[in-house]
Design a protein around this ligand. Structure first.
Ligand SMILES: [Fe+2]
Length: 289
């Protein structure tokens, strides 16, 4: 899908105006570990080989660079993420909000610094398409990030395999799950990156994915205390807006993300870095002579 074919919301200029007003009128934020929710989730996958037991995935999503997450903030956040000793990094979209040209080089430089043992993998969000999917894909290339838009990467360790799949943004109708299914080796544990969490309804029905990782909702930027959910649910995040869900036989995980929408406010809903640790449900057979 080309940049010129994307349908953009009519109110983009108004949203950018609100965002700019809030960005310039409120003081700059500095990254500190304390202001971030480091959410650690263990997820058991059936048939996961023992070689992938305790495999650690760091997910970053919805950076929305250029608002209160400025280039310095992102740089410090990435320095911190690099200390977390994970196997792979996944990125689930919305790197920009309404201004790409002032921040694209900064994003590229920060993402180049991001490291993980087995690599970096990403998909795009609706905002990336609204700005320029082509430029974001070039940033991926420059930063050595595997673009999993409607694509699959299969990891192999010893006799065990794991599919990491991705779909492009469903908000802009760039998703092509059939293409992913045609490419993916079957009968091995499979994870899907999808910017929009409600895509889980569709992906779970295929019975081919064990886990979907998403962002997009920002956790509604307000979590009701004790209920751990949000009343603020935008398009494509009405069903699974925050945290863990079981959708059919698939697990859906929706991160609260890092940035915000035009309104720079988060109540009981800190920005999030997610670390997912995969666990096998297989029994280990120990042979005793
Ligand atoms: Fe989004």
């Amino acid at each position: 899908m080309k940049d010129e074919d994307i349908e953009r919301p009519a109110a983009m200029k108004v949203r950018q105006g609100i965002q700019d007003a809030m960005t310039y009128s409120l003081p700059d934020k500095k990254f500190t570990e304390k202001k971030i929710d480091i959410v650690e989730v263990d997820i058991e996958l059936k048939n996961l080989g023992w070689n992938f037991n305790n495999y650690r995935i760091l997910n970053l999503t919805d950076i929305h660079l250029g608002q209160w997450i400025n280039p310095e903030y992102l740089d410090e956040l990435i320095d911190y993420a690099n200390t977390l000793n994970v196997d792979i990094v996944t990125l689930t979209g919305d790197y920009f909000s309404y201004n790409l040209h002032d921040y694209d080089k900064a994003l590229e430089n920060s993402l180049k610094k991001l490291t993980a043992k087995d690599g970096k993998f990403g998909v795009l969000g609706n905002h990336d398409h609204w700005m320029s999917a082509e430029r974001v894909r070039n940033i991926f290339k420059a930063a050595d990030i595997v673009d999993l838009s409607n694509d699959v990467h299969t990891f192999k360790k010893g006799d065990d395999c794991l599919n990491l799949c991705g779909v492009d943004s469903s908000t802009v109708c760039a998703d092509d799950l059939d293409k992913v299914i045609a490419k993916m080796p079957k009968d091995i544990p499979s994870i899907l990156l999808a910017h929009e969490p409600d895509f889980a309804k569709q992906s779970s029905q295929t019975e081919l994915f064990d886990l979907q990782i998403s962002g997009h909702s920002h956790g509604g930027q307000f979590i009701i205390p004790k209920f751990e959910t949000t009343p603020f649910r935008g398009p494509n995040s009405t069903r699974y807006p925050v945290g863990l869900y079981k959708v059919g036989n698939m697990i859906q995980y929706t991160s609260k993300g890092l940035g915000t929408n035009s309104f720079r406010i988060r109540v009981n809903c800190k920005p999030e870095i997610t670390i997912i640790t995969l666990k096998t449900s297989k029994k280990q057979i120990i042979e005793i002579e």
